[in-house]
Design a protein around this ligand. Structure first.
Ligand SMILES: Cc1ncc(COP(=O)(O)O)c(C=O)c1O
Length: 425
């Protein structure tokens, strides 16, 4: 598609956008008495206008029914989490029985590592990305120590080559091959949080399996942002949060995926709790854990319904919009952003190094801009002008136009402001 750096073009694109009305379903924060340009859905997604009603409904149920709400409300709390399996299976690309909503992202990562990090004397190493999100690094370090190994020895990091920003798939594959005899797990992000690069999950999973080891992904930046086909790609396990692209509120409930070949395997080690116990006989309260034969078998505690109501409000919007439609728009919207940034770069001296891959299949909606001069000042000035982006030390501004609520005009206006600021800083 050929883009134009004009307001007229951006407005035309918005007029033609079949998803344009979805923006009105969200509260857009106000800066300088007008709606800001919100480009930080990669950090915290916006609040749907329906969220308060969904939460209020469950508060009312609690007021009216008390404990009976577990069984006698429209969506009884005892099985409330079941309403997520269908919509999430479309977003994650899996079977409904492979997905469960529970806990928080890092908690779920630990629970999944209990099952899938099974080191032996000979095979105890993990391959992961260098500079993975810190919580993942800490989770891996602590799991490795729990089993009596040293993180420096047991964790092998794959880094970008000198002078490059992104890790090459071929280097991941070569590292797996090199260490295959001492390896037990491969764990990557679906998208690197810093650069926005999408990892080739299908190819990495196949290489891990060829080496005879499990492969899992942290999908914090991928869920609700890119096309995922976890089941088809044969991924063993994954986890994600719901507060970024899934718009479910700060620190809200997270999700986990476990491939169907494991969900009925009662021999796998796992942490257990009563909410993972066979639903038919859970309330008999007997000894000896009997897991639900789906991903739900990894649940520990009963569900936080108030939080889940906010998740439901958001996933209903995803159902209405359709993931395939969002992906289609996202490609154009971020494509337009990349076009505008190139225009800015070509207008005078190059000011921005784009470290996100340009190829559509290697990026989601996030673009990471390495600022060659005055990065922090430019970031601060953008905020003053009403554009929310996010700053990552030492010199990166991340911007994420989200197809559910951002417009082509947002991207155009952002470009105008960035151009002006970079020329005056
Ligand atoms: C890639 C990634 N992994 C893990 C986390 C930590 O998530 P939580 O605090 O929900 O456990 C984040 C948070 O932003 C993240 O971006």
């Amino acid at each position: 598609m050929s883009f134009e750096n004009t307001l007229e073009f951006a407005k035309q694109m918005d007029e033609k956008d079949p998803l344009i009305n979805f923006r009105d379903k969200f509260y857009i924060p106000i800066i300088n008495k007008k709606q800001c340009i919100y480009f930080v859905g990669n950090s915290l997604g916006l609040q749907p206008k329906t969220t308060q009603d969904y939460i209020y409904k469950e508060l009312e149920n609690w007021a009216n029914y008390g404990v009976e709400g577990h069984f006698h409300t429209e969506t009884p709390w005892v099985d409330y989490h079941d309403i997520f399996t269908e919509p999430l299976s479309k977003i994650i690309g899996c079977l409904p029985k492979e997905v469960v909503v529970m806990n928080h992202l890092t908690v779920n990562l630990h629970l999944l590592l209990v099952t899938f990090y099974r080191p032996t004397k000979k095979r105890y190493k993990i391959i992961c990305e260098a500079k993975a999100f810190p919580s993942d690094q800490y989770a891996l370090e602590s799991q490795v120590k729990l089993h009596g190994y040293k993180p420096d020895d047991a964790i092998i990091e794959v880094a970008p080559r000198d002078g490059e920003f992104n890790i090459r798939t071929e280097d991941i594959l070569a590292t797996i091959e090199k260490h295959k005899d001492e390896l037990t797990l491969v764990l990557f992000g679906g998208i690197n949080y810093y650069t926005g690069k999408v990892f080739d999950m299908k190819t990495i999973t196949a290489a891990a399996h060829k080496a005879g080891v499990y492969c899992g992904f942290d999908l914090a930046h991928a869920a609700g942002n890119i096309e995922l086909k976890l089941h088809e790609w044969n991924v063993d396990f994954a986890c994600w949060c719901s507060y970024k692209y899934l718009n479910s509120g700060p620190g809200n409930i997270a999700g986990a995926y476990i491939h169907e070949r494991f969900v009925t395997d009662t021999s796998l080690p796992r942490m257990a709790g009563w909410w993972g116990y066979d639903k038919e006989s859970r309330f008999k309260m007997t000894k000896n854990f009997k897991p639900i034969p789906t991903a739900e078998g990894w649940q520990l505690s009963n569900s936080p319904i108030i939080s889940m109501a906010a998740h439901k409000a958001s996933l209903d919007i995803f159902e209405e919009a359709g993931m395939e439609n969002l992906l289609k728009k996202s490609k154009f919207l971020t494509g337009y952003l990349l076009f505008i940034l190139e225009e800015i770069n070509s207008s005078k001296k190059k000011k921005i190094e784009i470290i996100t891959p340009k190829k559509e299949e290697e990026r989601g909606c996030q673009v990471s801009m390495l600022m060659l001069e005055n990065g922090k000042d430019i970031f601060d000035a953008l905020k003053k002008y009403g554009v929310l982006t996010d700053w990552r030390e030492p010199d990166v501004i991340r911007v994420a136009p989200v197809p559910l609520y951002n417009t082509f005009e947002d991207v155009y206006q952002f470009g105008q402001m960035l151009q002006h600021i970079t020329e005056t800083k």
